[in-house]
Design a protein. Structure first.
Length: 136
């Protein structure tokens, strides 16, 4: 099985003490089964760009460039037409759902992947497998 990592999975790596359950899960899953969305990378970059200049912004930018992005390698999924079509179908069913979450759900569905997240309730869509390693 292949897994799409939600933004919260990626951002957990910048914490001083990452979640032990998530860390164990990531260590047990081969890298070739883990994928990220270009949208999650953009969300993290947005968070970094909007910070005021300073040590925190510099440290997060360095973490992104030297740790997160290289770790993703070629396993970055686009948001293209197949994902967009599924996204539209999901939004019709749940028009008040969070924009980014429905895009990630559509990406996972289009690529036949489970999504890995702490925010399980945000990804309750028919046919989408959701995994929460924080609960281990």
């Amino acid at each position: 099985m292949k897994f799409l990592l939600d933004t919260c999975v990626l951002s957990d790596g910048m914490k001083g003490r990452p979640n032990p359950g998530l860390t164990r899960w990531l260590e047990g899953i081969p890298v070739d089964q883990r994928y990220v969305s270009v949208l999650s990378l953009a969300e993290i970059q947005f968070g970094i760009y909007r910070l005021a200049q300073g040590q925190k912004k510099d440290a997060l930018a360095r973490w992104y460039e030297t740790e997160l992005r290289p770790t993703c390698g070629t396993h970055v999924l686009p948001f293209d037409e197949p994902e967009a079509v599924l996204w539209a179908q999901l939004r019709v069913r749940q028009p008040n759902a969070a924009f980014m979450d429905t895009q990630l759900a559509a990406t996972a569905l289009a690529n036949k992947m489970a999504i890995v997240t702490r925010n399980v309730i945000d990804f309750e869509y028919d046919g989408l497998d959701v995994l929460n390693p924080w609960e281990d």
